[in-house]
Design a protein around this ligand. Structure first.
Ligand code: GUN
Ligand code: FE
Length: 463
């Protein structure tokens, strides 16, 4: 029988968008399948042993991890928009508009994944790299290649990362070396991939296929219609695409689809918008489109790093407006190559920075985001966007244990006596006057992967 996990210490998570819960002296246990079987808060240290006995814990089958003062558990991060093949091109092509960046940098890079040996190497690095940074769930766009995308699915499954995995559909407006020859070819490869992923993980314990029309510019009507049909036939299949990312992209899209005046109506027409859809960017929204999002229950992948690096203009998605409209199905995306960072911590900080700019740009109308709101988007909000909040995103009995152990200092000192302990990495040091809230804020604003000491997915250690 596998060893189950027992932790005692501080856990930090969101149960709603408004505030982060910091639970001290908390006992958390996992059982079969990495499911959380007990979560007891406010257990005084002198009652710990008694409590463990009462829970029927026999020490032979359990390892107790007692966290020190400068350590805490958080839910694993959810990256709701990630281009796995762009792992190796992050940082390139700055200053280019989105469509030029795709043509000059990205398509050439993604074309390399025609070679499955290259794909295996690069995807192994990418998946390990994301796990190392605490990304326990990712919604991946692979390249357009079916075989390489199967390899990505195998690697996620083997390395233990929870993932939605789709191959890009693109049968037009792409270079001759990186385009599918017909809608039929693209749809057939998509069906094959869906079958292959379902065979790899029949109980959907970790990985799941996702329909991935790259964006309407790269898809013919026939292809979009065929994908809408697949979404209709399999009502468990999620869908992802890029949405209202940049004005140049919107203008090009509407010129290709003259029957539509906005992207919501376009993607809806093809049956691609529902409560399983993840829409990346959503920078330029009309009130009509925001209302439609709400009615349809679409999830939003906010990619603040990419939105302020690729595109040739400053584009702050209207997150505060979404929240004011009661839309909270919002997560964060690294966007991998579109941004420059593969860190959800960076995405949280950039979400915060961009929201400050938005507050200025709207004359104070759109209040900036709080640290708590950014943390929600990085965890529970992202889980909602990926349709996984019944399993992950926060800690609760019955959910699966996807978590990061955050370690802020070299040692935990003794109680409150130690002062200015040696920080791990470049994180703001912890001092005697700190409390769990200030330690948490210091981590969110200045920590990095060096502070993510251990990572678990479904109760299994992946770092
Ligand atoms: N639109 C279509 N493809 C892409 C992509 O790879 N990255 C970004 N940021 N936008 C896109
Ligand atoms: Fe993207």
């Amino acid at each position: 029988m596998a060893k189950h996990l027992v932790f005692y210490g501080t856990i930090v998570h969101s149960q709603d968008i408004d505030h982060v819960d910091i639970l001290e002296n908390t006992l958390i246990l996992t059982g079969e399948g990495g499911v959380i079987t007990a979560l007891e808060r406010d257990v005084p240290p002198n009652q710990l042993e008694e409590k463990l006995k009462a829970l029927g814990l026999d020490t032979g089958n359990h390892e107790l991890h007692q966290l020190h003062r400068a350590e805490f558990l958080i839910p694993g991060f959810v990256d709701t928009h990630n281009h796995a093949p762009q792992w190796a091109q992050r940082g390139l092509g700055r200053g280019l508009q989105i469509l030029d960046w795709l043509n000059q940098i990205t398509f050439k890079n993604e074309a390399k994944y025609a070679d499955v040996r290259y794909a295996r190497k690069a995807y192994t690095q990418a998946v390990k790299g994301f796990l190392n940074q605490g990304v326990t769930t990712a919604s991946y766009y692979a390249s357009l290649h079916g075989p390489a995308t199967k390899v990505l699915a195998e690697i996620c499954f083997a390395e233990g990362q929870r993932a939605l995995i789709g191959k890009c559909n693109m049968d037009r407006n792409s270079p001759s070396f990186y385009v599918e020859q017909s809608a039929q070819e693209s749809l057939a490869a998509t069906r094959d991939l869906i079958d292959a992923i379902k065979q790899l993980d029949p109980s959907v314990s970790l990985i799941k296929p996702i329909l991935t029309p790259r964006f309407a510019i790269s898809c013919t009507d026939e292809l979009l219609r065929g994908l809408g049909q697949l979404a209709k036939e399999d009502t468990d299949l999620p869908i992802q695409t890029h949405f209202n990312e940049a004005q140049s992209e919107i203008d090009t899209t509407l010129s290709l689809f003259p029957d539509f005046t906005n992207e919501v109506d376009l993607y809806s027409h093809f049956g691609l918008l529902n409560d399983r859809t993840i829409l990346a960017h959503c920078c330029h929204m009309t009130p009509y489109e925001t209302q439609k999002f709400k009615q349809l229950g679409c999830g939003i992948a906010h990619c603040p790093v990419a939105n302020t690096t690729v595109g040739g203009g400053f584009m702050a998605a209207p997150i505060r407006e979404f929240l004011e409209q009661g839309i909270t199905k919002i997560g964060l995306g690294t966007d991998s190559g579109g941004g420059f960072s593969s860190s959800i911590l960076d995405a949280m900080r950039q979400a915060f920075i961009v929201s400050n700019a938005k507050e200025m740009m709207t004359g104070g109308k759109d209040k900036s985001l709080s640290v708590d709101e950014c943390f929600y988007m990085a965890t529970l909000g992202g889980a909602k966007v990926c349709g996984l909040d019944h399993k992950v995103g926060s800690f609760a009995v019955g959910k699966e244990f996807d978590a990061c152990l955050v370690r802020t200092c070299e040692s935990g000192g003794e109680g409150m006596e130690w002062d200015l302990d040696v920080p791990l990495g470049v994180m703001t040091p912890i001092e005697a006057g700190d409390n769990p809230r200030t330690i948490f804020e210091k981590f969110v604003m200045s920590g990095d992967d060096r502070n993510i000491a251990r990572v678990w997915v479904k109760g299994g250690c992946v770092k």
